[in-house]
Design a protein around this ligand. Sequence first.
Ligand code: PRP
Ligand code: URA
Length: 209
Amino acid sequence: MGKVHICDHPLIQHKLTYIRDEKTTTKDFRALVDEVATLMVYEITRDLPLERVQVKTPVTTADCHVISGRMLGLIPILRAGLGMVDGVLKLMPAAKVGHVGLYRDHETLQPVEYYVKLPTDVLERDLLVIDPMLATGGSANAAIEVLKRRGCTRIKLMCLIAAPEGVASVQKEHPEVDIYVAAVDEHLNDHGYIVPGLGDAGDRLYGTD
Ligand code: PRP
Ligand code: URA
């Protein structure tokens, strides 16, 4: 079963409070989502392997470490996932970015796929699927499925807020995928919105409704 990692650093929790606040402007919402994405990268990259290297300092030779192993691929789910990409790239600038376009049908809550473009070397990368909201889990499951159909295996999921229903659904459909979230909220309402949540992440990021 994939683990759920709650990124509960005080800076993340502080900023998440203002992300939730309906009074937060689009400009501030976008900036805060970007900052929280950067902070969450610390938690998500905690298990990256290191290898030894030597560097010559101005004084002597030092035994040091650099990150080794596979490169990272970011897979934002359009459109709200885009709001977290730059924040992750600040700390992982060599990552390549693939896009999976999905929207949730308002009646059925089922994800509808409309775009997929992945890096050509996607199979050689550790992948991080990014979406601020994990509600029913339909969109995250569909995006992970897109990657698995192409043979990808090393996949993590990063969200700001999850509903328990969405966590359970991803754990059932993709038990090997670890989930990183800043908060797991109470439940979904009758319209499939996370309670208390933050509303519609895409609309709040881009000023639409
Ligand atoms: C939102 C959100 C997720 C999805 C979560 O996207 O960004 O992708 O809903 O819901 P689920 O877990 O029930 O699938 P939305 O469909 O509103 O599209 P948008 O990002 O284009 O606004
Ligand atoms: N998508 C959102 O943007 N917000 C929710 O609460 C649920 C799905």
